[in-house]
Design a protein around this ligand. Structure first.
Ligand SMILES: Cc1ncc(COP(=O)(O)O)c(C=O)c1O
Length: 458
């Protein structure tokens, strides 16, 4: 792009675009960053600087990397043939992608299309509520969510999110959502106990008994908590959670918006833990950001409850998603899935994820500021602390300074951001599933240099 045009573009951004999750005051004296090109793991900004992207588009999305012409071609071909009809009708890519997805999700059989993670989660909440009204006299309407988990930005998805800095000032929130304790062993609520996983799952049962089991319809959980601090579940947790759900007839909703479609080295995060979900929602990596698509996937048993009385005009799922009918989403998702299979990216994610975790653990030996390292696949976090003994969280400004320093060295990393008060102290890494050993090493070497710069010598 000619430099004149670029200057005008940056000026237009500064004057007219409202960026997400951003305080705009600094843009009164400096330009916002604008990325103009991407290829593989790398990005270039408007002034031609190159970056290695260790966060897949900022929010764990571009799983197959930038510049995939085959996805662009598939989308173009589909758009010129048939771009849209509402979800009341089917589409060729919609039907095909649903079939391909269900092949990878034994026990599940129905796919409902929408276009954001928040929206997919809202669909599940509405289904739970409608089942409560139709089959439980309106009583089993409550939905449990976990402290530190995030399920989206709309008011009800925020009501189901355990991140107070996200929901602050947006109340009143939607009633009927009830919090259960987080499962981050590093910040155990019970001290150093051996059976932490079972104990903290039992805390869910305590909430159910307090609320009344006949009022609780579902629980919504991330398989590995993402923006709340990259929290991998403790041993014994998921077996006990499932036991409790069965005992009280509570539907299990797994939010795979981040973990889904390869991020953890399996197609879905829940598949590491022997979970049998009633709902799975997914979005970001489904089409790696080449088109907007999200899916709610559920069982035939749930689906059947919405067709059991065809004479009742209110008995079916009366939901609509205008852009759930866009064919670009499933067209991109089909090609995205082909790439993951043909390039063996699940295998690469497992191998490179292990390398990333190992590198971070090695950094921890040299930098006392790294209190804890966690992760699964290419989805890792390093929690920064002032003191290893007390585990007092590092100052958020210093955590942000580490990110800024990495950026100045050409590597884009992230951190928990405006989520848990006082605990926005975990560096987050989610490189694309195509990452090589050199990419992984460049990321961790850069983090080491940034830690040294911000926190001083090893
Ligand atoms: C676990 C999880 N669920 C849901 C969402 C919401 O997705 P979206 O921003 O597409 O609405 C996010 C977004 O970051 C997320 O991390």
């Amino acid at each position: 792009m000619p430099s004149n045009d670029l200057l005008q573009t940056i000026a237009a951004d500064r004057s007219h675009v409202w960026h997400h999750l951003t305080q705009h005051k600094p843009f009164e004296s400096q330009d916002p960053r604008l990325y103009v090109e991407g290829r593989g793991m790398r990005l270039w900004d408007a002034v031609g600087r190159e970056y290695l992207d260790a966060v897949s588009g900022g929010v764990w999305t571009v799983n197959v990397g930038y510049g995939r012409t085959s996805i662009a071609d598939a989308v173009r071909e589909q758009l010129v043939r048939m771009n849209y009809f509402s979800g009341a009708a089917g589409s060729v890519p919609g039907a095909r992608f649903a079939g391909r997805l269900i092949d990878k999700m034994p026990g599940l059989s129905r796919v409902y299309y929408a276009n954001s993670g928040s929206e997919a989660n809202e669909k599940a909440f509405k289904i739970v509520r409608q089942i409560a009204h139709r089959h439980h006299g309106g009583r089993k309407y409550k939905i449990l969510y976990r402290e530190r988990d995030y399920h989206g930005t709309t008011i009800s998805a925020l009501s189901a999110s355990g991140q107070p800095e996200r929901s602050a000032q947006y109340g009143p929130l939607t009633p009927g959502f009830v919090q259960v304790p987080h499962c981050l062993q590093y910040r155990s609520q019970y001290g150093a106990i051996a059976n932490y996983g079972e104990r903290v799952a039992d805390a869910i049962e305590e909430v159910i008994l307090r609320e009344g089991p006949d009022t609780v319809g579902a629980i919504c959980l991330e398989p590995v908590t993402a923006g709340g601090g990259v929290i991998t579940p403790p041993k014994g947790y998921w077996d006990r959670v499932q036991e409790i759900c069965r005992r009280y007839n509570i539907l299990l909703h797994i939010d795979e918006v981040v973990c889904g479609v390869g991020r953890t080295g399996k197609w879905f995060g829940y598949q590491h833990f022997g979970i049998k979900p009633d709902f799975v929602t997914m979005a970001k990596g489904v089409a790696s950001g080449y088109a907007a698509i999200s899916c709610l996937v559920t069982t035939e048993a749930i689906f059947d409850q919405f067709k059991d009385d065809a004479s009742d005009p209110l008995s079916h799922f009366r939901d609509i998603s205008t852009f759930g009918g866009c064919t670009s989403g499933p067209a991109a998702a089909l090609e995205n899935m082909r790439i993951i299979e043909d390039e063996r990216l699940l295998e690469n994610t497992t191998v490179m994820g292990a390398r990333l975790l190992r590198n971070l653990t090695e950094l921890q030996l040299h930098y006392p500021v790294i209190g804890d390292v966690r992760g699964l696949g290419l989805f890792c976090g390093a929690e920064l602390v002032k003191d290893r003994q007390t585990r007092e969280p590092a100052d958020e400004r210093q955590v942000q300074a580490v990110i800024a320093d990495c950026l100045s060295r050409g590597v884009i990393i992230g951190a928990t951001n405006r989520s848990i008060p006082g605990l926005n102290n975990t560096l987050c890494l989610s490189p694309a599933l195509i990452a090589t050993s050199d990419d992984i090493d460049q990321i961790t070497i850069t983090i080491g240099a940034a830690l040294e710069k911000v926190f001083g010598k090893k």
